[in-house]
Design a protein around this ligand. Sequence first.
Ligand code: ARG
Length: 564
Amino acid sequence: MLRFKEEVASVLAPLIDWEKEEVFSRLEIPPDSEFGDYSFPCFPLARELRQAPARIAAELSNKLQGKGRFLKKVEGKGPYLNFYVDEQTLAERIVAEILNEKGDFGRSSAGSSEVVVIDYSAPNIAKPFGIGHLRSTVIGDALYRIYSALGYRCIGINHLGDWGTQFGKLIVAYKHWGEGKGLQDDPVRYLYELYVLFHREAEDKPELEEEARFWFKKLEDGDAEALTLWQRFRELSLAEFKRVYEYLGVNFDYYYGESFYNDRLDATLEMVQQKNIARESEGALVVDLEQFGLPPCLLRKKDGATLYATRDLAAAIYRYEEYRFSQMLYVVGAEQKLHFQQLFSILKLMGYPWAKKCKHIPFGLIRFPGGRMSTRQGKTIFLEDVVNRAVELAEKIIAEKNPDLENRKEVAKIVGVGAIKFGDLSNDRIKDIDFDWEKILDFSGETAPYIQYSHARIFSILRKSGGVLASAELRIITEEERSLVKTLGFYAESIERAAEAYKPSILARYLINLAKDFNRFYHNCSVLGAEESLRQSRLLLCAATKQVLANGLDLLGIGAPEEM
Ligand code: ARG
């Protein structure tokens, strides 16, 4: 459809004496395809030409009759000029392209290898890899895939929470109540239990907090005992995180956690002082951000301890020096909005022009039945449990629907993991999500299993057909076929729009629409039973749809089994 859009821009531009790019950027997708596939609002011309927009639209539509290869029809409707694509021409182009390019269909080199750093997942050691980190993991991974498909060079960084005052608490708890076996057997849960225990005990014994601060200070000063414990906690937890990532099919280029920047903190703080943007009070170092309408940001405590913000400041500078990114995306919950505003403002005050290339990509909460989770009180839901449950449920459904399926376990994993990811990605990321098991696994709802099921259904049609003739002639005759072809044509655009808005949900919604269009087509147009030339044409549509469903799911990090 982008080619059609370009064509529309090229035929219209000379008639109104505008640049083609300007026309292109003004073309809108109407809310209902009844009003065309693209439409051009004539209001801005009215001022130029001193004529009513409706009259301009009518005149232009006359002049445009018969122009363009893809253009079936153009109509002036009120102040709008509506353009309709010729589905037959589009089908001939798009289906051939899809079947030639296969897995590469939809990819482009538009990003010209510009570097995009993506900071995502970033769970905290000692606090659980809870469901809250799921959103960052899944959205970040999808953005990584989408931007890579558009020809950007992505660098995925897991900014693990592997430093900070919680390690003081953890060391204290471990020294008082811990033992090696529990830690070894199930480190993530065990450390979390210690963390919860610490907070429970500290309610009556506030001196524990003091002790924890003392131990974190020791850790920051390089005390051998503290470091050894920290390292053990970190290694064991990281090994488990990596296992979960592998199961989810999520990758990172670097596991540079907060501790990675420890040896750059002094230099960073010195730089802040040299640039005269901070004030010291009793040893603490603070940056005032009043001019940005923000509260002050603490970069060093009185006792010399550094903070989350200090480490993020050092990390941002390191990353720019190292990667010269054109964008850096922090995929982190909306509750950290202030933190990132402060961080980016400090970078601005420090005079870094690249500060404006840093973006916070916020998202809402996941609400589980039973209320919001608090890591401190121990009411948490472990990501791994959620994923396991999804896979179990998927397996049950598959066992009912397709009892003879051979690799049921493997398929259940792809479907279960897909359901969880899609349940997240199909929602606008800013919105809070109410997690609902039945909803995300509904094979006929707006879910990954629905899309995967459509994909598998096409596989079975193609298998039964005995083969698709790539050279067959396309015959687009029904409304369902026309609509399917157009949706296929919008794939590339949906990827671009998802990237632009940093919203994988745009691609996810697109895939739901494509699967729906396909099912409507399949329901109303006979494929295998049609007369031969129509049968061949429809098989081509099936094959193209299957490819696009698989490609799109892949960009969301979701697999597409051939049977399920
Ligand atoms: N570990 C942090 C948390 O769980 C998220 C880190 C996000 N990335 C960053 N560079 N601050 O809240």
